[in-house]
Structure formats: structure tokens, C-alpha cells
Design a protein around this ligand. Structure first.
Ligand code: AMP
Length: 304
């Protein structure tokens, strides 16, 4: 059961109170696919420039990720730079250079189009729809977005998410999209926009799942040291969708709602590991055994 992932493959510069890195591998598609690769085969769709390093490509293929849909264009790879504030919960963007991303026209290789699972990482909603339209009949489609698109492409975004089974956003985006102050009310309004399942991520405060027939909340894993939260939200989405793809989840069947809860916890586990090192570094050594151990700790911490 392969998961098709589209999104940015980038170089990032990150400044945190623990130090800074001028340039490292990043991008939503990169984080999502690395996290999901522990649960299911992954095929990515994206674009990089001529500066994209072979060792970064090898990190992806080394995790078994299919890069047939990763186009190499003439130009520079997308570059993003952000700075975290003291509490690490908030950040500001210092620089966004779209580079080859500006003219990105995603094309799915033929062998991607029959897959059952599709995760649309944060890119322009029109491009997300374009990718969705190239899939024949995915069982589960979900995606992410950001404040920029809610702000400047609201109508396009509404058309896009109306076709999804699952929307994964953070609390700030949920308030912005719904115009509501309370999360519960925001969730009600967003569910009425189309997606049957809504996940609201709250960084260090955990994540919740909202459906008309189900609610579940999980805390964030209590980390000793939080180095770099970049990509944590994407790793959450990768863990969530990767787990569901790995078990062959079918939202059209009479499924066990507890599988959605387990997916949220695996999402939280992947987000927490991501924060332990700068960029994607934790994924160079992370094992499935470590993931399962943290999942079991989660169970102990939350059982009563
Ligand atoms: P997260 O911390 O989960 O929000 O994801 C951070 C990643 O998103 C970074 O690796 C960036 O390269 C990527 N990113 C930042 N801004 C954008 C954007 N406008 N479009 C696509 N990806 C972006």
C-alpha cells in the first residue's frame, strides 16, 4: 500500500536559541516522506534544482522512497529560512525563495496513479488539486495547508479541501479558516467544508481528531530537549498517513475508530523524534523499534 506524497523539497536555514544552521535538507515533502517511510512504501512528487546534493537524494532512496516523481529542473532548489523565538512554539519566516518551485507543474509517473493513499503537503491549493486529479481512485486523500493560502487563495483552498477525507492543520490555521475562536466551534465549521476527519495540531500541546461521530485527543510527548521543531507538523502528518496506509485503512468501510487514534499517536511520536535534532538528522539513525517503544510509552502515560 504505497503513499503518494507531494510537497516542497527544500533547503532550509534555521535559527533557534540552541544555534543555527545556514543550509540543510528540508521541505514538507521531505519530512512527510521520511516519517511515513517507517510504516509504508512512499512515492514522492516534487521538484529540485541543479544544486540538489546527491547525498540528500540518497537519504530519501536509502529509506526506500520512490523518487521517480522528483523532477530536477534548471535552477535552484526552493529555499526557506526561519527563526524560532525563545519558547520555540513560534517562529517567523526570514526568507522564502521559490526558485524552481515557482513554475512547478506536478506530473505523476504512471505507476503512482493507481495507488490508494495520497497526502498533499503544503503547496498552492491549485497544485494540490492538480495532483489529486491525476490519481485514479485513491481510497484516502488528505492534506495540509498554511496561513498564506487561507489568506490569499481561500476560494481555491475551499474547493480543494472539499475533495479530501482528512485535513491536517494547526490551531492557528483552524481559527483562521473558520473565523471561530473556540477549537470545538472551528472544528464543526471546518467539517462542514467537506473533510470527514479533521486533525488539529497544537505543537507542544498535542493534537486532536474531530469527526461528526468521533473525538480523540493526544498530548505531545514530553521531550527532554527540543532542538529544532522545523518539520514536526509534517512528520506528524507522515506518521498519521503512513500508519493508515500501512494497515490498509479504508474510510469507506466500517472501520475501527481506534485506528485513527493510533494514527494520531504515531503522528505525535514522529513529530517528537523530528524535534530532537536539527532538520532531518534524527531520521539518519531512527529505527522502527525506537518508534514502537515511544508509542508504548505514550500508551502508559495516557492510560487510566
Ligand atoms: P513545518 O515546520 O512542519 O511547518 O514545515 C517546515 C517545512 O516547510 C520547511 O522544511 C520548509 O522548507 C517548508 N516550507 C516553508 N514555507 C513553505 C511554503 N510556502 N511552501 C512550501 N513549503 C514551505
Amino acid at each position: 500500500m504505497s503513499l503518494v506524497v507531494v510537497g516542497s523539497v527544500a533547503y532550509d536555514g534555521v535559527v533557534t536559541p540552541h544555534g543555527s544552521v545556514e543550509r540543510m535538507l528540508g521541505g514538507a515533502c521531505t519530512y512527510i516522506s521520511l516519517a511515513a517511510s517507517y510504516f509504508t512504501p512512499v512515492r514522492i512528487v516534487g521538484v529540485v534544482g541543479h544544486d540538489f546534493a546527491e547525498e540528500d537524494h540518497q537519504l530519501l532512496t536509502g529509506r526506500g522512497i520512490d523518487t521517480a516523481g522528483l523532477e530536477r529542473a534548471d535552477g535552484l532548489t526552493f529555499f526557506w529560512q526561519g527563526e524560532y523565538f525563545e519558547n520555540m512554539n513560534q517562529r517567523r519566516t526570514l526568507r522564502t525563495d521559490l526558485n524552481v518551485f515557482e513554475t512547478f507543474d506536478p506530473k505523476l509517473p504512471a505507476h503512482y496513479q493507481d495507488e490508494d493513499y495520497l497526502l498533499l503537503g503544503n503547496i498552492q491549493p491549485a497544485l494540490q488539486r492538480q495532483v489529486r486529479a491525476q490519481m485514479k481512485s485513491p481510497k484516502l486523500t488528505g492534506g495540509d495547508t498554511m496561513n498564506l493560502w487561507i489568506d490569499i487563495a481561500r476560494e481555491e483552498l475551499l474547493k480543494t479541501i472539499a475533495e479530501w477525507d482528512v485535513l491536517v492543520i494547526n490551531d492557528e490555521e483552524a481559527h483562521m479558516l473558520s473565523g471561530e475562536k473556540s477549537l470545538r466551534k472551528s472544528a464543526e465549521k471546518i467539517l462542514a467544508m467537506g473533510p470527514k476527519t479533521l486533525i488539529i495540531k497544537r505543537g507542544g500541546d498535542g493534537a486532536a481528531i474531530y469527526r461528526s461521530d468521533h473525538y480523540f485527543v493526544a498530548p505531545a510527548f514530553p521531550l527532554d530537549s527540543l532542538f529544532d521543531p522545523t518539520g514536526a507538523g509534517d512528520c506528524f502528518a507522515g506518521g498519521f498517513f503512513g500508519y493508515l496506509a500501512g494497515i490498509g485503512f479504508n474510510p469507506a468501510s466500517d472501520f475501527d475508530k481506534k485506528e485513527l487514534n493510533r494514527a494520531v499517536v504515531f503522528g505525535s511520536v514522529m513529530g517528537s523524534y523530528c524535534c530532537e535534532r536539527f532538520g532531518v538528522d534524527r531520521f539518519r539513525t531512527l529505527t522502527r523499534e525506537e518508534i514502537d517503544a515511544r508509542y508504548n510509552q505514550f500508551k502508559e502515560f495516557t492510560h487510566f
